[in-house]
Design a protein around this ligand. Structure first.
Ligand code: EPU
Length: 343
């Protein structure tokens, strides 16, 4: 375990904003977490604590007065499948997400390939239920192992107990927020099982013989779409989509369709609800490529806010407020941030 005091959070946020944490604890085992938990309760580490992986979904608008807990549990192992044709892979929460995806694809295991090249760590993927191109992490999660910083207890949750939904899980809610994810076990298919239902992915693969496609082909196509729409995190600071796609009633959708017949929408997972594209709304409101100070709306995908160089967290937050109040005024829709804002 490594403990750093008064440490910069620059390496721990993909927006690339400057902020300082009173303390950063880098842990590489459950024993390390148990020690950090004891130190927190004895007042030897500052409260409150905050779990931060690669920081690809967080915006620091101020310094963090407390302890940042950063996972370096980096294990990756295959455990025997629970059924014929399935493979269980257990990864440490600090493993880079895309390393795990690349490992599955290289072995010819199906289920993770649509989630290629998403920045972040395995543990955060299980908390946030990351999703892209028609798949979500929750679809392939079999079990999540946890350590509760308050009680000092370890736990195991099945995928059902994690209550996955759109960018959500129990770990984001009261009663589970003190739990660190330590390991995640994924269930993958050893036989071919492609998901090319997402329109942009189907278009990228049109003209290909679907029967001959494999996980590596899907990974390649996803990486290519992502690089055409999303900024390279190693060059431009961002946290991917800043807002969630809003879910609206049939009535609301009908009202919008009457004004904007071309508006994209998709049936939401339950009931008579429809998901709209926040990117489309922001684009239609005229924000694509615009900037406020050193924060900008990405020119190729309006749902992504970017650090144009030297932006503060407050610059990016102000831009997000201006965008969401304009969208609320024009369409009557409240955009909810996907990014966690520390303010
Ligand atoms: N659109 C516009 N203008 C824009 C951006 C989008 O008109 O500037 C339209 C597109 O033409 C398309 C629709 O909006 O009709 C949807 O766009 P896209 O396929 O790019 O996806 P998204 O809904 O904007 C979501 C996820 C992304 C994920 C992609 C692909 C959320 C909040 N975002 O974006 O996830 O990669 O789908 O599956 O659900 C992330 O969470 O950080 C993220 C990048």
């Amino acid at each position: 375990m490594k403990i750093l005091y008064g440490a910069s959070l620059l390496p721990y946020n993909t927006f690339g904003v400057e902020a300082v944490a009173d303390c950063i604890v880098r842990y590489s085992s459950v024993d390390d977490l148990a020690e950090a938990s004891s130190m927190l309760s004895a007042g030897k580490l500052p409260e409150p604590f905050l779990f931060v992986g690669q920081g690809s979904n967080i915006l620091f608008c101020r310094d963090f007065h407390g302890t940042v807990l950063h996972s370096e549990i980096d294990t990756l192992e295959t455990v025997s499948g629970d059924q014929e044709d399935t493979v269980l892979v257990r990864a440490g929460s600090g493993r880079i997400w895309d390393d795990f995806v690349a490992f599955c694809v290289a072995n010819g295991w199906y289920g993770a390939e649509n989630l290629s090249a998403i920045p972040g760590q395995v543990g955060a993927a299980a908390v946030q239920n990351i999703g892209a191109y028609g798949s979500e992490a929750g679809d392939i999660i079999y079990q999540v192992e946890t350590f509760d910083m308050n009680s000092g207890q370890t736990g195991r949750l099945s995928s059902v107990q994690c209550r996955y939904s759109y960018r959500d899980s129990v770990f984001k809610h009261q009663g589970h927020r003190s739990e660190a994810v330590t390991h995640v076990t994924f269930r993958l298919s050893a036989s071919k099982a492609l998901n090319i239902s997402y329109r942009a992915l189907a278009e990228a693969l049109s003209g290909r013989d679907t029967g001959s496609l494999d996980a590596a082909d899907i990974r390649k196509a996803v990486i290519s779409i992502r690089s055409s729409k999303l900024p390279d995190p190693s060059v431009t600071g961002s946290a991917g989509s800043f807002f969630m796609n809003p879910v609206v009633s049939r009535d609301k959708l009908d009202g919008l369709k009457a004004r904007y017949p071309e508006i994209p929408y998709y049936p939401a997972s339950c009931g008579e609800l429809y998901k709209l594209s926040a990117g489309w709304l922001i684009d239609k409101a005229g924000w694509k490529g615009r900037s406020l100070g050193r924060a900008g709306v990405y020119e190729k995908q309006a749902l992504v806010l970017v650090n144009l160089g030297g932006a503060t967290g407050e610059d990016i937050y102000s831009l997000s407020q201006a965008v969401s109040s304009d969208v609320a005024g024009k369409f009557g829709i409240e955009l909810r941030p996907e990014v966690r804002i520390i303010r």
